[in-house]
Design a protein around this ligand. Sequence first.
Ligand code: ADP
Ligand code: MG
Length: 278
Amino acid sequence: MAAKSTHFGITVRNVTKAFPGRDNGPDFLALDDVSLDIGPGEFLALVGPSGCGKSTLLDLIAGLSTPTSGELLLGDTAITGPGLDRGVVFQQYALFPWRTAQANIEFGLEIKGVDRRARAERAREVLELVGLTPFAKHYPHELSGGMRQRVAIARSLAYEPEVLLMDEPYAALDAQTREALQSDLRDIWERTGTTILFITHGIDEAVFLGQRVAVMTSQPGRIKTIIPIELDHRDVDDLRSTPEFVAYRRQIWGLLHEEVRKAFQAHDPALAAATGVA
Ligand SMILES: Nc1ncnc2c1ncn2[C@@H]1O[C@H](COP(=O)(O)OP(=O)(O)O)[C@@H](O)[C@H]1O
Ligand SMILES: [Mg+2]
């Protein structure tokens, strides 16, 4: 598969998302005036405390929900609904249990109307890309958690989306599998040039993967800071132990910790004071 250089970027402009309040209560402001540009072919990692609106933002970009105000663009085109130009990968592997790995991967291509031979060929290409060629005929229950997630990624890549939107895709995996998949994803990204938005609450994961790491504030969610990551991924056996990596980790940990503390204080000021977190 040849690397594409024509992938679109994503523009999020002054986006606010409010959810209707329960029992006639006030609306809940999940995102407040969020602006974010993800360049064509960029790999952006997004971190933020739990409940800050990361998934809400991803759903908006995926076209699964609409903003209360503001606009979202893919390239120059307004996002008005879901589409095969955006591949979405969630934490839980949404594979069809009755289909083999290959048939799962072919699913999106079937919808697109790609003929059988081309589908099979494309499935073989992406299976190779994620290192699962020997497992083409296996069913999801015959695969490990890490392999299933690779099938999910392969399925998204199969129809060559402009962007990959990934919402904590590795959160349920053990540490070793997670690190292996992080390396896989970096390789895939380098080979395909796909624009990637990767949501995680793992600081190491964000620093390892992202060309930039965006940090969100806690409730309501805003973009607090964006940190460009300049790490040389070549010829480093243990990138995570380098002083540069450790410095990024510490910086982002500090930014996140501030937000977690604020969220805690807002939720339970008495407990925050009693435990010295305030
Ligand atoms: N459909 C919904 N209706 C009401 N509130 C919601 C809905 N979806 C999310 N929220 C709220 O919006 C906030 C942000 O949620 P979410 O985007 O899932 O956070 P994150 O992914 O960062 O953990 C949370 O407080 C959540 O309870
Ligand atoms: Mg979430």
